[in-house]
Structures are given as C-alpha cells and as structure tokens.
Design a protein around this ligand. Structure first.
Ligand code: 13P
Ligand code: SF4
Length: 328
C-alpha cells in the first residue's frame, strides 16, 4: 500500500528558508553584489549578509566595496547614503517602505528656517536624515562618532544639531558645549523607554552591565542621576557596533541592552558564554523588520528597488558624508 509521508510544517519552512538562502547567495555571486545588513535586521538577513554593522560601518563598507551592486538590508536613508557614496554602483533596497521615524522628524523647510535664525552656525546632522537634509549639512555624524565630530568643531562656533534630541543632549553633556542648539526630533522606538525600565532591570540583574544607545529617551534623566550619584553604575553609551565591541571586551557576564532587539542576535551569536537581556522586548523597529529573505531574493533577481539621489543633491550631501566617514 502506498504510504504518504507527513513532513512537519516547521521542517518544510526550514527547507524553504535554506533554499532561499542558497539562491540569494548564488544571485549575489552572479551579479557581483555585496549584501550589507544593519544590526537591527532579522536574524536570517544578518546570517545571509556579507557584512553586518552599524550606520557608520555600513557606510564605510559601501564606500570601499568593489562590488557592482549593493543590496542594502536596512532603512531608506542608509541605502541613500550608500548611493551618494557610490554613484557608479547600483544600490538596491528590498522594500521601499523601509523608512525611519527619526529621519521624518525634520523636513527641508524646517531646516532652512532654523538656519536662517542662526546664519553663522555649523550644521551637524545625524545620519538618520534624508539626502536633502544632508545636502544642507556641514557635518554628518553617526552615534559612533557624534562626540568626535562635535569636538572637532572650533569651540567658538555655534552648532545646530539635528534631528535626535537625546543623542544631541548626550553630546552636549559629554562635550560641555554651551553654544549647541538641538532639534527636538526622536525615534519612536528609542524615545519610548522610560528610566524606570532601567531601574526594574538592574534590580532584577544587579551584576549586569548596562549598554544604552544614545537615541534612548531614558538616557538623559538616567545619566543625570548617575552623575548626581557620582557615577556608580556600570554604564556604556554606544552605537550598535560600540555595543558589540563592549560585549566582547568586558569581563561582565550579563548585559542589559537598551536598544532595538535585533542586535540581540549578533550579541548572543558572538558571545555564547554571556547573557544579554533586552530592556524591553517590545523595542522593535517595524521599518527594519520589513526586509525579509523573500524580498531580498526578489531584489537581487528582479533588480529592485533601485535607490538613487538627484545629482545636485548627491554632490552637496557627499561633502558632509565624507566628513562623517573620515572622522572615526
Ligand atoms: P547605529 O548607527 O548605532 O547602528 O544606529 C542606527 C539607528 O537607526 C539607531 O536607531
Ligand atoms: Fe529609525 Fe528608530 Fe528604526 Fe533606527 S530604530 S531606523 S532611528 S525608526
């Protein structure tokens, strides 16, 4: 009698995924494409990528790649930055809707009006901005080099820092800069974390080291308290790549991680003997999670979606991005 074999659905899903991964790698080879993925991408995307990193690291990789195609697994402003840095390469993003709430928090008319109020100020923009904003910026920065960039600007120069208020206020605190104006923008994922979450987690895990992304809303009040109490908390403020480095270098065995939960995959994978505890399991960026194996496969197969920046804007924006990647 003929017997039908029943394959459990988890197994078929795994087989489908393995097949997709194989095809993605084959397509990347055929098209001489490099797959770049941000630290917040879903685990499957991180695992299929050639390079996983923070905004600064991904810009540096785009800048130096010899590939013909860059498949960017991140959000739109990141792919745009790669397109500006590499005008001769084809930059693809698997889903055009992968935006960023922080980048949306300032538009070009608002920036122009702000500049008109401070005509002699130097404009420092976080990389989470549109190409149009970067074109009207003197220095771009990431969370990995914002401190160094601001420190490199002569002390008597007024600064307009945008768009993230929490990163801006941290930089101001660390540099002691008085003549720095900060735009009140924020990221919907990071701004939502109250300092009470940190207290709760550290009460539960008193031995843990605390890693905080500077975009976090909890950072300003928490830092104020740490400073008032003479800095007794083992706290590290870092970009996502800075967190990776700290997790490798530190002798701590447990870490409370205050940023988007996508980073936990790499932290755990590269430090299997250590424990990483999210400050909040709900800290997930819906934009970062729009990239999937399926749409990455489509991107490479169908050559979609091509990210371009008008030449005039790209030329001006490149000056501020070049400064960003040269100060590390
Ligand atoms: P990093 O540059 O630290 O990876 O941060 C990018 C980002 O979008 C944070 O929300
Ligand atoms: Fe933008 Fe926030 Fe998502 Fe980062 S986590 S990409 S800042 S919306």
């Amino acid at each position: 009698m003929l017997q039908t074999k029943i394959i459990p659905s988890a197994l078929t899903d795994q087989l489908k995924q393995d097949q997709l991964v194989k095809e993605i790698r084959a397509l990347a080879k055929k098209r001489n494409a490099v797959i770049l993925a941000h630290n917040y991408q879903i685990p499957e995307i991180q695992d299929v990528a050639d390079f996983v990193g923070d905004s600064l690291g991904l810009s540096q990789q785009a800048h130096k790649t010899s590939a013909d195609v860059i498949a960017f697994c991140g959000v739109h402003f990141m792919a745009e930055t790669a397109a500006i840095l590499c005008p001769d390469k084809r930059v693809l993003i698997p889903d055009l809707k992968a935006g960023c709430s922080l980048a949306e928090s300032i538009n070009i008319d608002q920036l122009r009006a702000w500049k008109a109020e401070h005509p002699n100020a130097i404009v420092v923009s976080y990389v989470n901005t549109t190409a149009e904003i970067k074109a009207e910026t003197d220095y771009c920065c990431t969370s990995g080099n914002a401190l160094k960039i601001v420190q490199s600007i002569p002390a008597d120069k007024e600064i307009l820092f945008l768009p993230d208020q929490f990163l801006g206020s941290w930089v101001q605190k660390m540099t002691g800069r008085k003549n720095m104006h900060i735009w009140m923008g924020e990221c919907h994922v990071h701004s939502a974390v109250p300092p009470s979450k940190i207290d709760e987690k550290l009460k539960e895990y008193p031995e843990a080291e605390l890693l905080i992304h500077p975009e976090c809303g909890c950072l300003t009040p928490y830092l104020d308290r740490v400073i008032r109490q003479n800095g007794t908390c083992p706290l590290k403020v870092a970009s996502t790549e800075g967190m990776m480095k700290q997790a490798h270098a530190s002798s701590a065995k447990q870490f409370v991680v205050a940023t988007e939960i996508g980073i936990l995959h790499r932290l755990k994978k590269e430090n299997p003997e250590k424990e990483f505890l999210p400050i909040d399991n709900e800290m997930s960026c819906k934009y970062m999670k729009m990239i999937t194996l399926e749409n990455l496969h489509n991107a490479l197969k169908n050559d979609e979606f091509h990210v371009t920046v008008p030449e005039e804007i790209a030329k001006k924006a490149k000056l501020s991005i070049d400064r960003m990647i040269s100060i590390v």
